[in-house]
Design a protein around this ligand. Structure first.
Ligand code: AMP
Length: 296
């Protein structure tokens, strides 16, 4: 894998079509599934790695975010990345950006309500990646379902000639959605955190059994999370998959999203749902995640 630091270097070294996988690094199997899928979609696979200060509303969350460039380079290469684009803050933001991308109607609720400025930061940095790297396709995880809705809409609204595609959530073997933040959980928090996916799976089972009422589905998740102890529920919401706004009933493609605080660590997760009763809980690892490997 070639480690490049500037937009210009990436544009100069691409050959043929380009697939982009934007990340903040500390890669896990969720990221690797996107990198592997990218290899099927384009000739050149670029993984960007940038811990974007603009999207953090909490300074301590930014400071504590795990970073490991050498580890990530090896993992990205093994998954099929051609280029690792790791710009410094001065390449990404040579000036304090006066131009910001706001996808306002899609960011009022859920993550938008709980993390001030978060999606403006995400949309701005991804718009810069789209403009500066000119990918043909960009891959994102459905783990961040509201983010996927926001970025799909941003690309359409701004006429970026890029196809935005979503991929299933990858989970640890007990069901906890993979997140770089999982390594920051204490053993007790890690144990409680499994209630998040358990609640979402219980709600998905309720959908399969015929339940379509939003508050009922949200209640199933909330009960599991609150019952686990040690977790603070921020929200459980049934939301329209395209507009990321809460809906009273499952009458269109949707996701049931949840945000939880486990001590100082914030975790989010969701399941995709359709009115036909189809559910998209993602996929599970059968082995411990590389997040926990001592050596890569
Ligand atoms: P991040 O590094 O957390 O910003 O994530 C980079 C990309 O990986 C985003 O498109 C995320 O949605 C995706 N991603 C993160 N965690 C997972 C997961 N557990 N399964 C699938 N995709 C994920």
């Amino acid at each position: 894998v070639r480690l490049l630091r500037t937009f210009g270097e990436v544009r100069a070294s691409r050959s043929g079509s380009l697939a982009l996988v934007p990340t903040m690094g500390f890669l896990h199997e969720g990221h690797l599934s996107l990198i592997e899928a990218a290899g099927e979609l384009a000739e050149t696979v670029v993984v960007s790695l940038f811990v974007n200060p603009l999207q953090f509303d909490q300074a301590d969350d930014l400071a504590r975010y795990p970073r490991a460039l050498d580890r990530d380079a090896g993992l990205a290469e093994a998954a099929g990345a051609d280029i690792l684009f790791a710009p410094g803050v001065s390449e990404m933001y040579p000036l304090e950006p006066a131009t910001r991308v706001s996808v306002a109607p899609l960011t009022v609720e859920m993550e938008g309500a709980h993390r001030r400025g978060h999606f403006e930061g995400v949309a701005t940095v991804v718009a810069k990646l789209f403009a500066g790297l000119q990918p043909d396709v960009a891959l994102f995880g459905r783990k961040d379902a509201q983010q996927l809705a926001v970025l799909s809409r941003m690309a359409a609204d701004l006429s970026f000639p890029v196809r935005v595609v979503g991929y299933p959530t990858v989970r640890e073997s007990d069901g906890l959605a993979l997140s770089s933040r999982n390594v920051l959980l204490s053993p007790a928090e890690r144990k409680s955190a499994v209630a998040i996916s358990r609640g979402l799976l219980a709600a998905a089972a309720a959908v399969a059994a015929g339940e379509r009422v939003g508050v009922a589905l949200e209640g199933v998740v909330a009960a599991e999370v609150v019952g686990a102890g040690g977790l603070d529920l921020e929200y459980a919401a049934l939301a329209d998959a395209a507009t990321a706004t809460r809906i009273p009933a499952l009458d269109r493609p949707a996701f049931l999203a949840v945000a939880v605080r486990a001590g100082a660590i914030r975790l989010i997760d969701n399941v995709g749902l359709t009115p036909d009763g189809e559910t998209d809980p993602g996929v599970r690892l059968t082995r411990p995640s590389i997040l926990y490997a001592k050596e890569r």
